[in-house]
Design a protein around this ligand. Structure first.
Ligand SMILES: [Mg+2]
Length: 378
């Protein structure tokens, strides 16, 4: 059997979990000569990134057509070798990620086994759900009540984005931020994990990060994510020496090599890896094995469509270095409409074992067409 086509499909959709902002993805549909279809995704977020990714995927198609879809490792390597001058870091990794995901989905269907089985099967008995959202109200009591609703009976913890769209205005004022964290802890009770994830607009100094993290620790902060952005190992070293909460970053890395640098820096307790950005499932596996040897926890950055979610679900079950998987609290088109009833959904705070062939979802092509982005195509 062999691959006969690799097609990039940019889509745009309103994301209820991000104040209904328009978000862009570049999906990939791979077909083989026996009529099977595999789906992949690049988490491009912006229209220009989707457009560039689609161009790259179109250019890479000849390297994949005619290949055996079971040969994911060699195809991944050949694509990387082809991109030697412009790949390694940047938008080329979106293209590689999306193609790699689609090939793994197709491989599972060819072999009639789940992606999880292809990865070695479950490495754990349970996989906890953490609700991961951006609350938008300006009122701390309203925010705390909304966030508690994401957790109760639905998740083992919560991760809250600061500096996001909407009117919550979190991450800009020390006293208000501490009051917010205290109110959320009060609302969710003592047991659920509580994580805070800083946004690009927050721009804390190292001293501010130390002060905030220490204050949040008084309310049982489990981890603080990207408090100093994506690339400040010296700052993270200082922060880690002066605080006890876990420090999480890495999700903005593009490659196994970039993730390896973060992991081996000794400044990161939880390394975020986005399979729709950092060289796909093949890249995720390579980076997670490095993390495992360094005793660093890995966390799938899974905040996109049902495709990346399904890949993240299988990876999180299969890899001992993953300990939980996040879930967007609100229903949204690219998860709940794209995969319909076939989409993987948590229940009672736990994720199911993904046991159907490939990614295990049936992508609704009518939904793909409905959200196809014309703005992303010249
Ligand atoms: Mg994050």
């Amino acid at each position: 059997m062999s691959v006969v086509s690799v097609e990039a499909i940019p889509v745009a959709y309103p994301e209820p979990n991000d104040d209904n902002s328009e978000r862009h993805l570049c999906l990939v549909r791979v077909r083989d000569d026996e009529g099977r279809v595999g789906w992949g995704e690049a988490v491009t977020m912006w229209p220009e990134a989707s457009r560039a990714t689609a161009e790259l995927i179109a250019a890479l198609e000849p390297l994949v057509v005619g290949r055996d879809p079971l040969h994911t490792e060699r195809i991944w390597q050949d694509l990387r070798d082809h991109m030697w001058w412009y790949g390694g870091a940047g938008i080329a990794s979106f293209a590689l990620s999306a193609i790699d995901l689609a090939l793994w989905d197709l491989k599972g269907q060819v072999l009639d086994r789940s992606l999880l089985d292809l990865l070695g099967g479950p490495a754990r008995d349970q996989l906890p759900v953490v609700a991961s959202g951006h609350a938008t109200s300006p009122s701390i009591p309203v925010l705390a009540e909304e966030i508690a609703g994401w957790v109760q009976g639905k998740a083992q913890g919560v991760k809250i984005g600061f500096g996001k769209r909407g009117s919550a205005n979190l991450g800009f004022d020390h006293d208000r931020d501490v009051a917010f964290v205290a109110a959320v802890r009060q609302a969710i009770g003592p047991d659920p994990w509580l994580m805070i994830d800083l946004g690009v607009r927050n721009r804390w100094t190292v001293a501010e990060a130390v002060q905030r993290t220490r204050a949040f620790e008084e309310h049982g902060l489990h981890w603080i994510e990207e408090p100093l952005g994506a690339d400040d190992p010296e700052g993270y070293e200082t922060l880690r020496a002066k605080t006890t909460a876990l420090i999480a970053y890495g999700e903005r890395e593009w490659s196994v090599r970039g993730l390896e640098r973060v992991i081996r820096s000794g400044t990161c307790d939880v390394v975020g890896i986005d399979p729709g950005r950092a060289e796909g499932i093949t890249g995720f596996l390579r980076a997670a094995r490095i993390a495992e040897t360094e005793r660093v926890t890995t966390n799938a950055h899974s905040w996109s469509s049902a495709i990346v979610l399904s890949a993240s679900l299988a990876l999180s079950w299969a890899l001992p270095s993953c300990r939980l998987l996040e879930s967007k609290p609100l229903a949204n088109p690219m998860q709940h409409e794209l995969a319909g009833a076939s989409g993987w959904k948590p229940s009672g705070g736990w994720w199911p074992v993904p046991d159907r062939p490939g990614l295990g979802i049936e992508v609704d092509e009518d939904v793909v067409e409905r959200f196809r982005s014309t703005r992303s195509i010249r």
